[in-house]
Design a protein around this ligand. Structure first.
Ligand code: ADP
Ligand code: MG
Length: 698
């Protein structure tokens, strides 16, 4: 670490924990397991929570409707199930001479957390019900056995720890280290910066994040660390952006009335207001020479493809080329077909670039692209990002991209020009995440759907309802509809994956779907075979397609309105929603039935949310709540190290502030070269230098 260079005779930050008074060899070994070897590690081992005794009372002292905390002993634990899967968890807590009833509704994850005899701290709104006091949905903490009876007024830290190291012991170790070393931590911000941003100095912030005297102190300390973490991130992104901006200008593509009319004439339907708004935002960007970096977000079936087509045709109308990249061959071919249909009446030269083409064919397409003899190319991302050269590329569209961080952004260039980029996704990304992971990516949303769309009826079925479901499935097939069966997927094992989908296929052909034309598609088939199967499905030769998640994204067969999902517990919410999106594309209502081994409450909660929530955005927010933003949109997914203290779902305002400040800092001092910014720069490089290849700043 950079600070270690300035080691004087004794740097208190580097003191091995073993030599902290009261620690010794035994506890040092335990601390080591928490990753704490030196004093500075302990200083930055922040509490994960606090025990709040600032408003501690006995139940006898409660006031009706006020926020209170109380400590008591659990005397009874009770779980009550209601119809429709709802439930209530109740505790009877004895505190002094009185008792308090504590309740939670539908918080299944809490079941099993409580035992009679445990001491518990609860904080929440106290309500008087007849003779008894009640508290619903309080914050709570189970107290350690050796915990001293806390003093009123305190806010005690609760640390990430191990079973062997009790909170009181860890607390006293931290207390010593903080007293000894907090003031030795170098300050990254100049004093004037701290003042201007109303941030406590580093020593004070460390003391107060561990041992705040009240909520205000805690909030101020936390604010400093969150701000600092977000600022470092935003500085890294701003520097990256600055480096990229030197890459060159993009061609200006003005959507004149004439061009606009010419493009719209090709579409077989009127665009929705949402699609039109998206086109307005996109063309406002592309009319300028700063390369566009825009994310188009819309729920499955909202009609993103036609927006992409508009943009590509705009480039072609100005005499430039456009590329459309899809995540899979199946999708690339589908897009090529769709575009081919749209463009049959136009003089646009379009080609597919596919991995399964003969290499002579591929070379032919590539040389036509390089000569400028092709206007639009469609292919998989891998294909187009290969060694393809363009004569005059102006627009790149990346479809159904789920991993689209700064680190993943495709780098396609055409000479010294940079194209405009449009990234399309059905995965809703909260604004804060977009700002973080993409740095400079602007977001456009389409929030309506084409008219006449039917909702998908979703069921969560028990094993004994199978025959009933298949009966219904077959009845709809007889009416002329088509359907999918999504076979269970075994993680990380292609071979098993194929075996299970093949087994499902066999079982269906010899069982409930005996009388129907059934096809099979999975990732192990060659591209040509996959395409052949898809084509037969599109034509209706195949009535039911048994598939793995190859069809998860993008596949567009409006007559397919039925879906059976097996092994539903293995899918994430957004994946389930993507799957269901395949059957909400036409004028007929869709029916989706999920069979799942309900392993635990978490998977039940997820599947019930899927059943009850039709909208993708709403579902994503639930996913966000159930799993936490970390897993879903963690910076990790985007190739960046995870956040340590900031919560991207919650610290929105600080994120905006940090972003503004970072951009200003980098504008005023491009390489962060001034002595005032030396430490900030070192932190940026240390944390993000590698992930964002910021090489030449450091
Ligand atoms: P997604 O946003 O999931 O990629 P698509 O672009 O595949 O959606 O569009 C879904 C379906 O809706 C396609 O069959 C498409 O032709 C149709 N569609 C798109 N826009 C409209 C519209 N404005 N009016 C009617 N149908 C539309
Ligand atoms: Mg699509």
């Amino acid at each position: 670490m950079a600070e270690a260079d300035s080691l004087e005779t004794r740097d208190p930050l580097n003191t091995p924990v073993q030599y902290v008074p009261g620690v010794g060899r035994h506890w040092a070994a335990v601390l080591m397991r928490l990753g704490l070897t030196r004093a500075r590690d302990v200083l930055f081992h922040f509490p994960r929570d606090y025990q709040d005794y600032t408003d501690l009372r006995t139940v006898a002292e409660f006031e009706d409707g006020a926020l209170h905390s109380a400590i008591g002993t659990i005397e009874d634990v009770e779980t009550v199930e209601y119809r429709g899967g709802r439930m209530r968890l109740g505790l009877l807590v004895r505190s002094g001479d009185e008792s308090l009833r504590v309740t939670w509704f539908n918080q299944r994850y809490l079941v099993g957390r409580f035992q009679e005899g445990q001491r518990i701290l609860v904080s929440g709104k106290a309500k008087r019900d007849g003779l008894r006091w009640e508290m619903a949905h309080p914050r709570f903490q189970i107290l350690d056995e050796e915990e001293d009876e806390p003093t009123r007024g305190a806010l005690l830290p609760v640390y990430p720890s191990t079973e062997r190291l009790s909170q009181p012991r860890l607390r006293s170790i931290v207390q010593r280290v903080v007293a000894d070393a907090a003031d030795a931590v170098p300050e990254v911000f100049p004093p004037s910066y701290l003042d201007a941003h109303n941030l406590p100095g580093i020593g004070q912030a460390i003391r107060q994040i561990h041992f705040p005297e009240n909520h205000d102190q805690l909030a101020a300390a936390r604010r400093r660390f969150v701000y600092q973490e977000l600022l470092i991130l935003q500085l890294a992104l701003a520097i990256k952006q600055q480096q990229q901006h030197t890459v060159g200008q993009a061609p200006a593509l003005e959507p004149t009335a004439k061009i606009d009319a010419r493009i719209r004439r090709l579409f077989p339907f009127e665009l929705t207001p949402g699609q039109n708004r998206a086109i307005d935002e996109i063309t406002a960007d592309t009319a300028g020479t700063i390369p566009m970096n825009r994310l188009l977000q819309a729920d499955v079936g909202a009609g993103k493809t036609v927006v992409a087509a508009y943009l590509m045709l705009l480039a072609v109308a100005h005499g430039f080329q456009a590329a459309l990249m899809a995540p899979t061959e199946v999708l690339a071919r589908q897009h090529a077909t769709t575009l081919g249909r749209l463009l049959s009446a136009a003089r646009v030269r379009q080609a597919l670039l596919s991995g399964s083409m003969k290499s002579a064919e591929r070379d032919e397409v590539k040389s036509r692209l390089a000569e400028g003899a092709l206007d639009i190319v469609v292919g998989t991302q891998a294909m187009i990002q290969g060694d393809v050269e363009f004569a005059n590329l102006a627009v790149v569209v990346i479809d159904e991209q789920h991993k689209f961080g700064v680190t993943q952004r495709a780098a396609l260039r055409a000479g010294d020009r940079s194209p405009h980029y449009l990234v399309m996704t059905a995965t809703p990304i909260p604004r804060t995440i977009a700002m973080t992971a993409f740095g400079d990516l602007d977001v456009t949303r389409i929030d309506d759907t084409p008219p006449g769309r039917q909702q998908v009826h979703t069921y969560l079925a028990e094993e004994n309802e199978r025959s009933k479901w298949w009966e219904f499935f077959c009845k709809k097939l007889d009416e002329g509809r088509q359907g999918y069966v999504i076979a269970p997927l075994v993680e990380d094992s292609d071979r098993l994956d194929v075996t299970s989908v093949e087994a499902a296929y066999e079982a269906l052909c010899n069982g409930p779907l005996e009388a129907y034309r059934v096809g099979l598609i999975h990732g192990r088939l060659s591209s040509d075979d996959k395409e052949a199967v898809m084509e037969r499905f599109r034509r209706g030769d195949i009535q039911v397609l048994v598939a793995t998640t190859v069809i998860e994204v993008g596949v567009d067969v409006p007559n397919a309105t039925l879906m059976t999902i097996e092994g539903g517990e293995r899918f994430g919410l957004s994946q389930l929603h993507q799957l269901r999106g395949r059957i909400s594309r036409g004028a007929y209502a869709g029916y989706c039935c999920v069979f799942a081994a309900m392993e635990n409450d978490a998977s039940r909660a997820r599947l019930e949310a899927f059943r009850d929530t039709p909208g993708g955005f709403e579902l994503a927010e639930i996913d966000f709540r159930l799993r936490g933003p970390g897993e879903l949109f963690g910076t990790r997914q985007h190739g960046l190290p995870p956040m340590r203290i900031a919560d991207l779902g919650r610290d929105t305002e600080l994120l905006s502030e940090a972003r503004r400040d970072a951009q200003q800092l980098v504008r005023e001092d491009p390489g962060l070269a001034s002595p005032d910014h030396r430490l900030l720069r070192a932190m940026v490089i240390r944390r993000y230098g590698k992930a964002l290849s910021l090489g030449d700043v450091g």
